[in-house]
Structures are given as structure tokens and as C-alpha cells.
Design a protein around this ligand. Structure first.
Ligand SMILES: Nc1ncnc2c1ncn2[C@@H]1O[C@H](COP(=O)(O)OP(=O)(O)OP(=O)(O)O)[C@@H](O)[C@H]1O
Ligand SMILES: [Mg+2]
Length: 244
């Protein structure tokens, strides 16, 4: 379970998150939406403790991430897979070195051939079979994103954080990534937190949808309720995306 308790964060004196609280039970798929610059990526970075909050707690399975030293933080982060908004691949590494990075680097006791199989399975899931020896600069933006997704899921983490997983993908690939998120979450009981602007992703991958506005999270909606939201700010946002 991931819990954010009274979390606040300012940058350069400007409040971005203002006392937000949310509990995300294990196995849930939560989507965070909101205007550009509202602080969505900041929430994901706070969950991983890549940045520290000004106040409040980030609890992962009851452990407050904000109080941990580097070694303990590193242990807890193993439970969490992150797909950055930019694919953030290592330019000097091939696709398979990028995807297998955490397995090569850590103390997993996998043999070379087991790691190779895991890499190939992850690449197959994101429809990138055969790209093993190519380098990020040789890939399109969408292909880079899928490689980054393979890298995020290869260790079967308990929690997956996706920042704009489908942006820049064509509709067919977008649908396959959305289906993948739902499948991973349902089959492995992975908790997924998805930040997205894409309406198809909002509608397909969410149990609960939170709208971030003026530093606060609105009451959650579901794909069924959101198009008829009683909150005019959310209704405008969604209907604008639906072209209504
Ligand atoms: N490290 C930082 N230093 C200073 N300001 C920052 C930093 N990180 C984020 N911000 C600011 O915080 C605000 C929220 O940024 P964030 O990246 O979380 O937005 P977002 O909701 O993810 O937007 P987008 O939809 O465009 O990705 C922005 O105004 C941004 O400029
Ligand atoms: Mg962002």
C-alpha cells in the first residue's frame, strides 16, 4: 500500500502540492490527471523519494520513505518500477543492456541465460522483439518509451509508476500498452499509478481517477463517473479532451 499523508512541496517559493493525502491499496490502478505543470510528475518523484517533501509523509507498506537513509531507500525502491516521462534510457547502452540493467547491477542470482530470457520476454511484451542490440539514438520516441517500459517491468515490481506511458505512441501501440498495464496489474496484483493526459489511457487503465488542481487532489472519479462529473473543473477538462 502506498499512502501520501499531508504532503506539501514548493519550488522556488511557489506551492505546487498543498497538503495532499491519498491511500492507494495494493492491486489498485490509480490515475492522476490535471493540467500541465500542476505537479503530477512531482507526486511520482516524491513517492520514490527522488525529491523530499517540505512536509508530510510518504508511506510504502507502512515505511516512511522520507526518513530513510540511502541504503534502506535503495531496498524499498526495488519494490517500485518507474517509467519516467522522458524515456530516460542510457544512451551508451544497447536496448538489452538498458532493459536488463537492474538485473546486471543488483545481487539477483540469475544466470546469464536467465537474464537473457527475462530481457527477451520483457521486449516481447512491449512488442520490441529483435531490437536487442540497437542503441536509443537509433529508435523512435515511441520505441524508446516501450524499451523504458520493459526496463520498468522486468523485475516484476510490486508497484509501478507510469509517467505518460502512452504519449507519443500511435493508437494501436497505445492500446497495447494500456492493455499491458491492466494485465500486469490484474495478474500480478501490481499497484499501478499512472500519470497521463491521454483520454484512452484514463478510460482504460483506471480504477480511480484523481484530478490535481491548484495543489490539491479532487475527490476520485471512475471511468464511468468522470464524464458526468459534478465537479465543473473536471467536467471541463474531460469534455475538452473528448472534444465536447
Ligand atoms: N526540480 C524542480 N525545480 C524547480 N521547479 C520544479 C522542479 N520540478 C518541478 N518544478 C515545477 O513544479 C511544477 C510542477 O511540475 P511537474 O513536472 O510535476 O508538472 P506535471 O503536472 O507533471 O506537468 P506535465 O503535464 O507538463 O508533465 C512546474 O511548475 C515545474 O516547473
Ligand atoms: Mg509531468
Amino acid at each position: 500500500m502506498i499512502e501520501l499523508c499531508h504532503l506539501s512541496k514548493s519550488f522556488d517559493g511557489k506551492a505546487i502540492l498543498n497538503d495532499i493525502s491519498i491511500s492507494i491499496p495494493t492491486g489498485k490502478k490509480v490515475t492522476i490527471i490535471g493540467p500541465s505543470g500542476s505537479g503530477k510528475s512531482t507526486i511520482l518523484k516524491l513517492i520514490l523519494c527522488l525529491i523530499k517533501p517540505d512536509s508530510g509523509k510518504v508511506l510504502v507498506d507502512g515505511v516512511d520513505m522520507t526518513l530513510l537513509g540511502i541504503a534502506d531507500l535503495y531496498e524499498i525502491r526495488k519494490k517500485i518500477g518507474l517509467l519516467f516521462q522522458s524515456a530516460a534510457l542510457f544512451d551508451s547502452m544497447s536496448v538489452e543492456e538498458n532493459v536488463g540493467f537492474s538485473l546486471f547491477e543488483s545481487d539477483h542470482s540469475y544466470s546469464e541465460s536467465q537474464i537473457q530470457k527475462k530481457i527477451n520476454d520483457a521486449l516481447e511484451l512491449v512488442e520490441m522483439t529483435g531490437f536487442n542490440t540497437m542503441y536509443p539514438a537509433e529508435l523512435s520516441g515511441g520505441q524508446q518509451k516501450r524499451v523504458a517500459l520493459a526496463r520498468a517491468i522486468i523485475t516484476n515490481p510490486q508497484y509501478l509508476l507510469f509517467d505518460e506511458p502512452t504519449t507519443g505512441l500511435d493508437p494501436v501501440l497505445s492500446t497495447s500498452i494500456e492493455n499491458l498495464i491492466v494485465r500486469i496489474s490484474d495478474e500480478l496484483k501490481t499497484t499501478a499509478i499512472v500519470v497521463t493526459h491521454q483520454i484512452s489511457t484514463i478510460m482504460r487503465t483506471s480504477d480511480d481517477i484523481y484530478y490535481l488542481h491548484d495543489g490539491c487532489l479532487c475527490d476520485p472519479e471512475t471511468p464511468k463517473t468522470i464524464t458526468k462529473s459534478a465537479n465543473p473543473i473536471i467536467a471541463n477538462f474531460i469534455n475538452g479532451k473528448l472534444g465536447k
